[in-house]
Design a protein around this ligand. Structure first.
Ligand SMILES: C[S@@+](CC[C@H](N)C(=O)[O-])C[C@H]1O[C@@H](n2cnc3c(N)ncnc32)[C@H](O)[C@@H]1O
Length: 342
């Protein structure tokens, strides 16, 4: 397992810096590379526009894919066995990148294709265009091995579902609950217990002793004699619904927002915090080889993770460094300064 210096921004080409990092040294790689949009992205600053990064490819898609393939190979080498990679892209090249990720990480290590809805509508349907609005980015999630670090996120149930499922009110406590099945799902074959409870004889989920205990605690209801007894599943004890692969609850950066650095294509901290918290634990190491304005680094720092950022654009490195310094200054105890190398 390689030891690696963390909490630093490496300014230069991704491939040359990745090459210097040791095997099995990081827990998560997040990549937000140029999307193969074939344009120059500009940073809209107060003095006017100045070029920020080039997403034009003289050698076309093969030049782009060749770079990304090499970055994926390095990422796999650098990741620990429990590590994961998330690759942020869009319609321009997501299909090519998925094939390369399958080649490098293996088809079986594909975990999710996350759809991040960035806009409600897009003006690419104007001027007689014969396509629908392209309003989402794609984030491809692969693991290095079979048992990646995984901290699932739960979200509030949709209101409609709560109204329908958790409609029973416990008068005494004011708690809402749903009816849970108490029948033994496996029957005799699975050795579920068979006995008579509240006048019903059948296979049950729990032992007779446990059922009597639950009944005594007021956690079982029978709406009328002869009806199937049901378990009270209290709404306030439920974790919620596990996060699904369509994310429409995180807004893109608006240049009027406090979080904005005015770096083009800057991603929201919330998006990165979500990814990092799902796929790493505290003190783990997060690597972003196209870190731009440093969003991943700030998000990792916020969550108590260590981080390494790489970007070939000195302007991006300056913004990321300033951003991290500001974040560190806001802490009650000063933290190690950022090392930046050109
Ligand atoms: C989409 S932006 C990243 C934005 C970033 N996620 C943020 O929130 O600010 C892509 C970045 O990749 C950098 N880049 C492009 N080619 C690179 C390369 N070969 N090596 C290192 N960085 C590169 C660009 O300078 C740009 O900052």
């Amino acid at each position: 397992m390689g030891l690696v210096k963390t909490n630093r921004i490496l300014c230069g080409n991704a491939l040359s810096h990745l090459d210097e990092l040791p095997d099995d040294s990081v827990n998560l790689v997040y990549l937000d590379p140029p999307f193969f949009a074939n344009r120059i992205f500009q940073k809209k600053n107060h003095e006017g526009n100045s070029p920020s990064f080039n997403d034009k490819w003289v050698g076309g898609i093969s030049e782009y894919i060749s770079l990304m393939h090499d970055v994926f190979e390095h990422s796999k080498r650098l990741l620990k066995d429990t590590g994961s990679i998330y690759v942020h892209c869009d319609w321009h090249a997501s299909h090519y990148l998925k094939v390369e990720l399958d080649k490098v990480f293996g088809y079986d290590n594909f975990r999710n294709e996350i759809v991040w809805k960035r806009h409600n509508s897009h003006n690419d349907t104007k001027q007689g265009a014969r396509n629908m609005g392209r309003i989402h980015d794609v984030i491809l999630f692969y693991s290095k091995g079979k048992s990646p670090t995984w901290n699932p996120i739960y979200q509030k149930y949709p209101e409609e579902y709560v109204k329908k499922a958790y409609k029973h009110l416990e008068e005494k406590t004011g708690r809402y609950y749903a009816h849970g099945d108490l029948g033994g799902p496996g029957g005799a074959a699975k050795g579920d217990p068979y006995y008579t409870f509240l006048g019903i004889t059948r296979y049950w989920r729990y032992s007779e002793k446990k059922m009597n205990q639950l009944y005594k605690e007021g956690k079982i209801v029978q709406t009328k004699p002869g009806n199937m007894p049901m378990l009270k599943r209290y709404l306030d004890e439920m974790k919620g619904i596990q996060l699904q692969d369509i994310w429409d609850d995180i807004k893109p950066i608006q240049h009027t927002r406090k979080e904005s650095t005015r770096y083009p294509t800057q991603k929201p901290i919330k998006l990165l915090e979500r990814i990092i918290s799902m796929s790493t634990n505290e003190k783990d190491i997060v690597l972003d080889a196209f870190c731009g304005s440093g969003t991943t680094l700030v998000a990792a720092h916020n969550l108590g993770r260590r981080w390494i950022g790489i970007d070939q654009n000195p302007e991006a490195c300056d913004i990321a460094e300033k951003r991290i310094q500001e974040r560190l200054e806001s802490e009650p105890i000063p933290v190690k300064a950022v090392a930046k190398r050109n």
